[in-house]
Each structure stands twice: as structure tokens, then as C-alpha cells.
Design a protein around this ligand. Structure first.
Ligand code: HEC
Ligand code: HEC
Length: 406
């Protein structure tokens, strides 16, 4: 009789999924919980990162399509607020088509590295990349600087934050940037003054972008319940979602790379993506780490506000080794259900396809895969997918930030 009662109880509460979590498992759950997210880290390289005036200016710049060669592209073209700041495309499309997929910007301020290959070491220097990339915004440095210093409202806002811009805009070429003749023909001091305004544009955009933060999801409510020994906790997730969570922190070994409250270790890993016919394999971090050291806007450069002591992450970065080849930054899994398609090249249209990949773990197109096949059953794949879907929640930022300011 007792056995039957037990069996019924287990059945009603969803079988194995609803088993008690061990103390170790609870420690892991707490570490993934949004309540464990630390306060925004400071950015020593950007002294304006938390200046409300810089946030307001950055907000405007993020949505302004005048920052492009065809007046049609803004940051928000590829980082759309209603798609958790992605674009729904495999490969990003601005003035042209980019070589990689647009990642989410949710919680990006917590990362020490930016881009899939980490070729930037601050948010502000990252923002300066797409602006001058031919296939993204497609514009030039002097074009952007002229816009900021000739548009009256931009100029007032800019000078309130960064001080007077000592630059005679009327004498600047309309289009000039490093790598072209018009730029080379400018005097070094003028190039420097232009680059300083340009760096400040990045610093304002970064101040805004720091506010793109994740909010509590169903998963977080469940964990809060488990940690508070709230008997109704298991109602926050369905049995299959709980089973998927169990796989995620257990047999799936996902937390090796997707850990902490943002579900990323912000490091670079080779996940064994096979070659795509007719395409050069992307070497990822191996190239990215060389680029960041050569970047005039890196943490140690003259446009950074950090002293060398604030640049530990860059100075101690691993620059060599086979592990960098074909390695990409582990993406956050916050709101991952809203950011399809997936991976650095957007090759997987669905979460199910990503999980099939982890199940099979083929050899990498380049470098060495760090994965071992998980040989998941169809059911396990479905459960993992259902778990991943519980990681979506409304972003923890003012609604007014989700559109251009009025
Ligand atoms: C044409 C589409 C496009 C536009 C426009 C664009 N981005 Fe991106 N963004 C991307 C792509 C693609 C990547 C990844 C590129 C790579 O890793 O090589 C990316 C990466 C990023 C990252 C790195 C995220 C991470 O986790 O490392 C940030 C931050 C970002 N973009 C912010 C911006 C800002 C700010 C702007 C405007 C100044 C902007 N983007 C404009 C497509 C775009
Ligand atoms: C060895 C580190 C590592 C492990 C283990 C790992 N991941 Fe990943 N994950 C990554 C990296 C790196 C990427 C991006 C790879 C790329 O784009 O080339 C990624 C991408 C993803 C994506 C796509 C997200 C996006 O925005 O494109 C999902 C979903 C995902 N992983 C889920 C999982 C799950 C579920 C597991 C466990 C079954 C897992 N990962 C195990 C490192 C890892």
C-alpha cells in the first residue's frame, strides 16, 4: 500500500525531475540564479560609463541611422530590442552582409572581451568597430565626428560631458578614416583630435549599452523557491523543464562553459563546428587576440581612461596555444529562446539543432573540439530545449531604453 502511494506521488510530481536537489546541486543552482548577479562592474577605461548624460547621449546614438553611409543603419538595426538585441538573421546585414552572426547584448557589460573572437577589450572600443566596418554602418571617422559637432543638440550634449571639442570641423574632410588617403593626408594632431571625439562617441554608446540587463525568468523564480524551501517551487517549472535543468548541470556538462548568472564564463572555446563547404574556416580567438593587442583603442592605448593597472585582463590574456584556434566566446544563454539563429555564424536555426550538435560533437573544422559526444536521446534533447526556454524574462531596464528617445 505504501509503495503504491509513493508511486502515485512520484508520478503526480513529475517523476525523477522533481527529486530533491542535493546540497552540491543547490550550490550550482544558486550560482546560475539571477540573484547571484553582482552589481555592474566598473569600467576603468571609460570614465563616463556611469554618467547619466553619457547614457542619454549613447541612447540617442544607438538608434540614430545618420551614423551610417546610407542613413539606414544604426546599432539597433542588428541589435533589435524586441529580439533581445539580436536581428533574427544568420549573418548580420547592414550596408552589406557581415561574416558573422549578431550576438545578443544582454548583460554584455559583464564581459571582459567583445565580439565572438574577443578582438576588443572594452565596450566603448567595440562600438567603434561596426561604425567603420564597410558592411555594417559603412561610414567614416570624420563623417561621425562632423555629425556630432555640427548637429546642435549633439554638440551641446557632447561638450557638456566631454568638454569643448577643439576642432575646426569646417576644415575636416567629409570622409576619412584610417587606411584611406584622406586620413593619411591629415596632420597628426588633427587625426588625434578626431580620434578623441570618435573614442568619446564609443564611450557614450557604451554608457547606454551597459544598461541592457537581464531580468528574472521562470528559471529564476524556480531557483528562488528551491533555495527558500518553498514547497510550491516546483510549480514554476514543468517536470520536463526540471529534467532539462538536471541534464544541463549534470550529464550535459553545459555549466563547464555556460556558468554564473549570465550562463557564460566569457571565455573562448572550440565547440567543434564542422567545416562549411566553400568557406574558409573561421579561426576565432587565435586571430582576435592578435587584433586586440594591435588596437589603438585598447585598454593600454592613449584614448583609454585606465592606468596600466586597470588593464590586467588584456595584459595577462593568453595569446598563444592550440586552444585558441577555432575558439569563440561562450554566449550568454539568458533569453536564448529569443535570439535564434545560433552560433557565431548563425548556422543553427533552432535550439534543437544546437542540441543535436552537442549530442553528436563532430570534429571541428579547425583546431580541436573540446566536446565529447553526449549521445542524448530525443527526449533528453527536448527536455534540454524546454529548460533553455525557461531562461527568458523581460529585460531589467527602463522601457524607454527599448526604443529611440523622443
Ligand atoms: C550590421 C549589423 C550590426 C550593426 C549595425 C552593429 N552590430 Fe554589433 N555586432 C554585429 C555582429 C555580426 C557582431 C559579432 C561580430 C564578430 O564577432 O565578429 C556584433 C557584436 C557586437 C558586440 C559584442 C557582443 C559580445 O558579446 O561580445 C557588441 C557589444 C555590439 N555588437 C554592439 C554594437 C553597437 C554598440 C553598435 C552600433 C555602434 C553595433 N553593435 C552595430 C552586428 C552588428
Ligand atoms: C566547452 C564549452 C562549452 C560547453 C561544454 C557547452 N557550450 Fe554551449 N556554447 C559554447 C560556445 C563557445 C558557443 C558559441 C560557439 C560558436 O558560435 O562557435 C556556445 C553556443 C551555445 C548555444 C547557442 C547560443 C547562441 O546565442 O548562439 C547554446 C544554445 C548552447 N551553447 C547551449 C549549450 C548547452 C545546452 C550545453 C550542454 C549540453 C552547452 N552549450 C555546452 C561553449 C560551450
Amino acid at each position: 500500500m505504501r509503495l503504491i502511494v509513493l508511486a502515485v506521488a512520484v508520478f503526480v510530481s513529475g517523476g525523477a525531475a522533481a527529486q530533491e536537489w542535493t546540497t552540491d546541486e543547490k550550490t550550482t543552482l544558486r550560482s546560475l540564479w539571477i540573484g547571484s548577479l553582482k552589481a555592474l562592474p566598473s569600467d576603468p577605461s571609460n570614465r563616463y560609463a556611469d554618467d547619466p548624460r553619457a547614457i542619454a547621449l549613447g541612447h540617442k546614438l544607438f538608434f540614430d541611422t545618420r551614423l551610417s553611409s546610407n542613413s539606414a543603419v544604426s546599432c539597433a538595426t542588428c541589435h533589435q530590442p524586441d529580439r533581445a538585441f539580436t536581428d533574427g538573421r544568420a549573418l548580420a546585414e547592414g550596408v552589406g552582409v557581415a561574416a558573422r552572426h549578431s550576438p545578443t547584448l544582454v548583460g554584455v557589460a559583464y564581459s571582459p572581451w567583445f565580439f565572438w573572437d574577443g578582438r576588443k577589450d572594452s565596450q566603448w572600443s567595440q562600438a567603434l568597430g561596426p561604425l567603420e566596418a564597410a558592411v555594417e554602418h559603412g561610414g567614416t571617422r570624420t563623417q561621425y565626428v562632423k555629425l556630432i559637432l555640427t548637429d546642435p543638440s549633439y554638440r551641446v550634449a557632447y561638450e557638456e560631458i566631454f568638454g569643448a571639442a577643439r576642432l575646426d570641423v569646417s576644415r575636416l574632410p567629409d570622409r576619412a578614416m584610417p587606411g584611406d588617403d584622406a586620413w593619411d593626408n591629415m596632420q597628426a594632431v588633427r587625426r588625434d583630435a578626431v580620434s578623441r571625439v570618435y573614442a568619446n562617441i564609443g564611450k557614450a554608446i557604451a554608457a547606454f549599452e551597459r544598461r541592457i540587463l537581464p531580468g528574472p525568468s521562470r528559471f529564476d523564480r524556480y531557483v528562488a523557491g528551491v533555495l527558500n524551501k518553498d514547497a510550491s517551487a516546483s510549480e514554476d517549472l514543468l517536470p520536463d523543464e526540471i529534467a532539462g535543468l538536471r541534464l544541463f548541470i549534470g550529464q550535459g556538462n553545459c555549466t563547464q562553459c555556460h556558468n554564473g548568472p549570465l550562463l557564460t564564463n566569457n571565455e573562448f572555446h572550440n565547440t567543434g563546428l564542422p567545416a562549411v563547404e566553400g568557406e574558409e574556416p573561421d579561426t576565432g580567438r587565435a586571430g582576435g587576440v592578435r587584433t586586440v593587442f594591435a588596437d589603438e583603442f585598447n585598454c593600454t592605448g592613449r584614448f583609454s581612461d585606465a592606468g596600466l593597472r586597470g588593464c590586467g585582463e588584456l595584459l595577462f590574456a593568453k595569446t598563444e596555444g592550440p586552444g585558441l584556434v577555432g575558439a569563440f566566446k561562450s554566449p550568454t544563454l539568458r533569453n536564448v529562446a529569443d535570439t535564434a539563429p545560433y552560433m557565431h555564424d548563425g548556422r543553427f536555426a533552432t535550439l534543437g539543432a544546437v542540441l543535436e550538435h552537442y549530442s553528436n560533437a563532430p570534429a571541428s573544422a579547425v583546431g580541436q573540439s573540446e566536446l565529447l559526444p553526449l549521445n542524448l536521446t530525443e527526449r533528453e534533447i527536448r527536455q534540454l530545449e524546454q529548460f533553455l526556454r525557461t531562461l527568458s524574462g523581460p529585460l531589467a531596464m527602463p522601457d524607454s531604453y527599448l526604443a529611440a528617445p523622443r
